[in-house]
Design a binder for this molecule. Structure first.
Ligand SMILES: C[S@@+](CC[C@H](N)C(=O)[O-])C[C@H]1O[C@@H](n2cnc3c(N)ncnc32)[C@H](O)[C@@H]1O
Length: 344
């Protein structure tokens, strides 16, 4: 399969479709470009429909939530196709629950037909042998979400891995799950998790149905224990984090900053919801730095409308000394409650 190349004078990108491996560089190899001229990744919510009813769901998804039609999805893909830059390298589908979308397989096929790597995140409840067979060759990878290890279903993961479909775990991180997160980072569950290609820890944010109660706390001694274990790479399973954890990881000081990318939302990636609203990130509220694709073309949103957001995000607001200072873009403006390195 041909890799995706994208080159300009100060931005270079190379993406391998068969394994999702990507590299980018700036004017010279050691330089990092500030942003991409066209998104590398689009995070698309194909519905806000989900029957699982998690009490922490930041999207407040419900069994009768809205669906994006296949026609609208194709329109989104057309909008994301630039005559100059082509398409994003990959699309991450979310929701809602993608597997509750009646046309999910058509959505995957429409994406692949355009040469885009498509991944999705799911609660996994609808996953059975026939669906796992249908997913083979259709996706780059699938993320299964859990809020505790008791929800982890190794048999479901094997349905995927035995068919050559790569599966990660999205592990929600809060006070309730931090003890298990320490164990995962220490390698205690490597056997249980052996069929996964990685575990990504998602810091719980106070949005939608999630209250402030039970969020991670900087003073919790287990947090340092967890970061120490991550830095020591005890677990054989590759571990990752969502972008909101970056200031915390960099501030910790023992995790190699070369392995950490600052938040890419609105700089290298974009979010589009089921109503076709384009925002830098899935956590920004509707109307907050959001423009609808029915009103404004994507190129204008990416080039012009995101400009203010980017300059605010790039402003150097951090006043603390920190080993990761040079690599950090600072706290997430959306969730001061979990931007720990800003607390004195
Ligand atoms: C909203 S779900 C939608 C996709 C799919 N239904 C799933 O379960 O993966 C996407 C991801 O967001 C995570 N999530 C839900 N509520 C969250 C919150 N309050 N803070 C951080 N992540 C959250 C879920 O655990 C899941 O991994």
């Amino acid at each position: 399969m041909e890799p995706m190349y994208r080159h300009s004078s100060d931005y270079h990108f190379l993406g391998y479709r068969e394994n999702g491996f990507t590299v980018r560089w700036g004017k010279t190899l050691p330089e990092n470009p500030i942003r991409a001229p066209w998104p590398e990744l689009a995070d698309i919510s194909v519905s806000n429909r989900c029957s699982k009813g998690c009490d922490f769901c930041y999207r407040d998804s419900r069994p009768d939530g809205a669906l994006m039609s296949l026609q609208d999805y194709e329109f989104v893909l057309d909008s994301l196709t630039s005559p100059l830059w082509g398409t994003p390298f990959q699309i991450a589908l979310g929701g809602g629950e993608p597997l509750e979308h009646p046309q999910i397989l058509d959505i995957l096929d429409a994406t692949r037909r355009r040469g885009i790597v498509v991944n999705f995140t799911t609660n996994g409840l609808a996953l059975d042998a026939s669906l796992a067979t249908a997913l083979k060759g259709r996706v780059g990878a699938i993320a299964l979400s859990v809020a505790a290890l008791s929800e982890y279903d190794g048999a479901r993961v094997r349905l995927l891995s035995s068919r050559g479909v790569r599966a990660h775990l999205h592990f929600l991180l809060d006070q309730n799950s931090l003890g298990e997160a320490v164990e995962i980072a220490c390698g205690k569950h490597d056997g249980l998790l052996q069929d996964l290609s990685g575990v990504v820890f998602l810091t719980r944010k106070p949005q939608g149905r999630s209250s402030l109660e039970g969020l991670l706390r900087f003073e919790d001694p287990r947090l340092n224990e967890f970061l120490d274990a991550v830095a020591s790479t005890y677990s054989r399973i590759p571990l990752g984090f969502d972008a909101c954890a970056v200031p915390l990881l960099l501030h910790h000081g023992r995790i190699d900053p070369q392995t950490i990318d600052a938040c890419e939302c609105g700089f290298f990636s974009v979010y589009i919801d089921e109503n076709l609203e384009v925002r830098p990130c899935s956590f920004s509220k509707s109307g907050q730095n959001g423009w609808n694709l029915r009103d404004v073309d994507f190129g204008t949103i990416w080039e012009e409308r995101f400009a203010d957001y980017r300059s605010r995000q790039s402003a150097d607001l951090c006043s603390r000394s920190c080993p990761g200072r040079a690599h950090c873009r600072g706290k997430c403006p959306l969730f001061p409650e979990i931007s720990f390195c800003y607390q004195s």
